[in-house]
Design a protein around this ligand. Sequence first.
Ligand SMILES: Nc1nc2c(ncn2[C@@H]2O[C@@H]3COP(=O)(O)O[C@H]4[C@@H](O)[C@H](n5cnc6c(=O)[nH]c(N)nc65)O[C@@H]4COP(=O)(O)O[C@H]3[C@H]2O)c(=O)[nH]1
Length: 845
Amino acid sequence: MAPDGWQEQAQGLPLAAGGRLNRSDALTRLHHGLAHFAVENAADGIVWLRRDGSHEYANTAICRMLDYDRDDLMRRTVYDVCVGFTPSLWQEHWEALKQAGSMCFEAELWMADGRTLPVEINANFLAHEGREFNCASVRDITERKQAEEALNRSDWLLRIAGQAANIGGWAVDLQSGRILWSDQVCAIHDMPAGTTPTVDEGISYYAPEWREHVRKLFDRCANDGTPFDEEFELNTALGRRIWVRTMGEAVRDASGTITQVQGAFQDITEQKDVKRTLDQSRRYFQELADAMPISVWVADGNGHLFYGNTTLMTYSGLNRADLSGAGWMAAIHPDDRERVSRAWDRSVRTGREYSIEFRVHSQYDEAYRWHLVKAVPVRDDEGTIVRWYGTATDIHARRENEEKITRLALYDPLTGLPNRRLLQDRLHHAMSAAVRHHSGGAVLFLDLDNFKNLNDTLGHDEGDALLGEVARRLLACLREEDTVARFGGDEFVIVINNLEQAADLAAVQAESVGHDILATLNAPYQLGDHWRHITPSIGITLLGDPDDTVNDLLKRADFAMYQAKAAGRNTLRLFDPDMQATVNARIELGTRMRAALERGEFEPYYQAQVNAGGQITGAEALARWNDPEHGVIAPAQFIPVAEDTGLIIDLGAAMLEAACHQLARWARDVDTATLSVSVNISAQQFQHPDFVSRVQTTLRRTGAPPDRLNLEITESLLLHDTEEAIHRMMALKRHGIGFSLDDFGTGYSSLYYLKRLPLDQIKIDQRFVRDVLTDPNDAVIVRTIILLAQSLGLEAIAEGVETEDIHRFLEQTGCQAFQGYLFGDPQPATDFTNALRQALSQPAP
Ligand SMILES: Nc1nc2c(ncn2[C@@H]2O[C@@H]3COP(=O)(O)O[C@H]4[C@@H](O)[C@H](n5cnc6c(=O)[nH]c(N)nc65)O[C@@H]4COP(=O)(O)O[C@H]3[C@H]2O)c(=O)[nH]1
């Protein structure tokens, strides 16, 4: 059955429209109608074109294809529709078509909106009743073109990729035994494109040592289909030695028979070089890092360790797995871990360099050693930290040295106890802690009784051993939070913390500790083969007054210690208000003395010294304070305070100056020209660095004759630095100045020193002189001293000679010089001179 509407549609068919069909023949009409219907509704576009390029007919499909309505299209020519056709070209095309009858070609047509459409045109030449037509069917080939384009593009990409990666394909037809190489494979072999070598030829390119292996791989693949993918060295046709990667697999036909072996082939020389360089630098880094004597490590941007060199791993005994997480913490001293972890987290968070010292466990000696650990961040282009490079350097020796230096600076080398400096610091802390914690505390000042005597008798080694043992016993008596320090030679200071805040309770506690110490130190000491005995005197003062200074406390404890000594030794005394009153009085006296010194209220009195013939040979200058309020004050009251406050240096200088002036005056007078003057020199004054030059300057300024100046020194002055003392004495001795050793017999002079000192005179202390007639011991001592002086070629002078009987005894014993009330009291210079003149003017009895 014919479709509906075919009759109307048949009217538009060119031939029907031409009216040349046999209208009477219905069947023919039917055929025509159907043909027209088919043409009109064909999927392809159909156009009939005349020789002049105009349209005879255009079906619906072509109108839809080009987006024209039919009338519009019919009005247009082939030049308007077909891209590239000009009238002359069209004529050429027409003639060619006429000649060929039909042609198939691709073209582009203009669409109504100006776009172009790729089409395939099937043109047929039709001549009918004297008219000629180009009947063309037009097919939209957009999709095909796009597919072709995509194919071309991927083909191109594949080629480019192949070239870039230097990779190509190959296939061996097992039948022919020839290899088909892709162009890229040919190029890799330095062979022209299209080369198809035999399998043997192909294998012959491989380096000789690889050929057998390649052959085996190929044969196995060809025989049982085992694929391969390996790297080989190969010599190209131009003799280049390169590295290639050859991959092969078997291809089977429908029956499963292997017909072909094919694969890919890649020049990997460059990768190999890069890899070799990379491997090499990795190896260099590894070797370098492992050869370094310091530990080297690397962490990621989050601070997780992932690499440690051999030094680190073997030193710490860690393994690689320990590095991740916080495993490495195990190698750090437990006391340092928190500090280390906090610092590392901070660095990772802030990106700031890491530098810290801590102790790392060494598996060699199972000990912790100090390390300086540093790390620097490495950032990417965006500034994000991607890695941390770290080092750990063993600084144990340095730390030990530092500790040693600290120990030397703050600890006493003999006993290992804190020294005076550290004590002051500890005491300061104890004072603040007591205020802060509302607690009490105490300072104990301990001095060993007669230690110097023992030290001189036993020798210094035993003395040192004794001090060491005392230190150990003291430590054993105290708690860890307390401090025992060596304050000086045989002086120790103990700071006790955390006592009751109430003073009376704290005093009881401190005294209890003091008694423990007394008992402990009283136990005999075994030194070498001998048992020795020594006792301490202890002074105690309490912490608690916020206005106290460290010095106040030490002075109070020291003062109390002297009270303990005065009370008979081997006992303790607590500093009490009466002592405070004495201390206050001494402080006040010090202040007054300072002012008095500035006002020149000190004056030397002179006490005569006579020889065996009773003639006055000189005088000792003895300081007096002419206090306008209290009258003349004797040295016993102010010399100890002057020693305590350091004023003794200025006072001594003033006395020396005055005595030298007097000496110069006497030297100018014939009656007194031969007089000498003895001046007392305190230890502090003597030890002053400028002492020698000050004496010389004083002599120069005053014009006093040096050979008439006699300096009286005490043994305490020699205890500090005997060699230096001898050196200074020698220096002054060279100027003619004489030396007298005062209070001889009361100290601990060793005969060894006595022999070496440039002395002229030994002064026999008045304590022996006083009872020389009643105390046989004193008599023996005095005799011994006189003998000793004689044997050393020194003059012995007895002081404190009050009676004729004593004078006679001394004379008979061999003493040649005397001083004492028997010959005159200390007097002001004028009185002394007047008395001397008067004595001279009187006729001899
Ligand atoms: N019982 C008794 N005593 C007698 C007799 N004859 C003299 N004296 C006293 O004995 C002391 C002798 O002086 P010293 O042993 O050097 O002892 C001196 C000396 O160590 C010290 N001193 C005095 N002036 C100075 C000075 O300018 N510088 C220093 N560093 N010390 C001084 O003060 C000490 C005491 O001096 P002074 O009170 O003047 O006491 C003097 C003197 O007055 C006597 O027959 N019987």
